[in-house]
Design a protein around this ligand. Sequence first.
Ligand SMILES: Cc1cc2nc3c(=O)[nH]c(=O)nc-3n(C[C@H](O)[C@H](O)[C@H](O)COP(=O)(O)OP(=O)(O)OC[C@H]3O[C@@H](n4cnc5c(N)ncnc54)[C@H](O)[C@@H]3O)c2cc1C
Length: 320
Amino acid sequence: MSGNKANQLNIAIVGSGIIGLSTAHELLHAGHRVRAFTRDALSEITSSKAAAIWFPYLARPVAAVNRWSRESYERYLTQLDRPEAGISLVDLTVLVKEPDAWWKDAIPPGTLHTLPPEELPGDTEYGYTVKAPLIETQLYLAALEAEVLKLGGKIERSAVSDLVELADDYDLVVNCAGLGARELVGDTTMYPVKGQILKVKNRADVRHTIADYSFDAAGEQAAYLIPRRDFLIMGGTSIKGDWNTTPDPELTTGILERCRRITNANLDDVVVDEVVVGLRPGRPEIRVEREGKVIHNYGHGGAGYTVCWGCAKRVAELVG
Ligand SMILES: Cc1cc2nc3c(=O)[nH]c(=O)nc-3n(C[C@H](O)[C@H](O)[C@H](O)COP(=O)(O)OP(=O)(O)OC[C@H]3O[C@@H](n4cnc5c(N)ncnc54)[C@H](O)[C@@H]3O)c2cc1C
């Protein structure tokens, strides 16, 4: 289907985070009429709290995540020529504990390099450099929302309590409620993965993007340095089951301490502008499936920006 009026459907989307907006964009492009409902203001949702670097992280199942990540990577490449959208390609260094880099299949050929042992910091065992899209969320979400509106989509601030009831008024409903799906469809497999990050004044001595996931076996503590246009993002945590969104000073101390271990820059004088806490929508597997008049697209964990365009494409296929 592509812009064919005869096949035009009236579609409601629950959620206007990165998943709802990318899905809306894809369906508008396919020629449908779209209205998205959001319970929360844009600045409050998880998508506004993300770093965000393209990298398959805390998301399953492996084969689908790799495919969706790859498709999203390709989409980001087409958006590089609009600086206002906030996409750029950066050299990302990734440090990990396990020899099996399951996400390798998502990386376009020629853009992944294994670091030799002498280039690995401290006792890190495995490291890679990847050419990765950096998605400056502070620009990207606003630009995408503007595009959705320009394509004729509507975005309405209101909470939805019943998908079946909503489906009475539309041809189809797409559930992009993120962690909100836990309550909305009673999906008790969903859990929050708390991420705390620091927005720090940009500095000339930290211009390289690096993410170290090798600190602990549980994967709760990471260190990352992501220079964006507005701030240097320092992270982070991935604490499963923690719903508390109040910034935790102890976590901040831990982030600063771990970040010192992955850079030669002297971080003693960092100026923390803001401590941000967001809850990733954790789920054993991302759910993209059709159930009658409802299509689900939620549970993207730590990879919403990494897989969004591939998932949106899948939703468009499920619309038929
Ligand atoms: C600190 C941190 C760093 C991250 N870094 C990265 C990264 O580098 N790369 C990456 O790919 N990902 C990253 N992520 C993960 C990414 O942010 C998430 O996977 C993504 O934002 C999920 O998007 P979403 O649209 O599903 O959810 P959300 O952004 O939470 O949006 C959910 C939407 O649903 C709406 N909603 C919920 N319930 C209802 C309801 N009942 N009625 C109406 N509306 C409803 C909400 O109001 C909102 O509009 C990070 C996350 C955090 C917290």
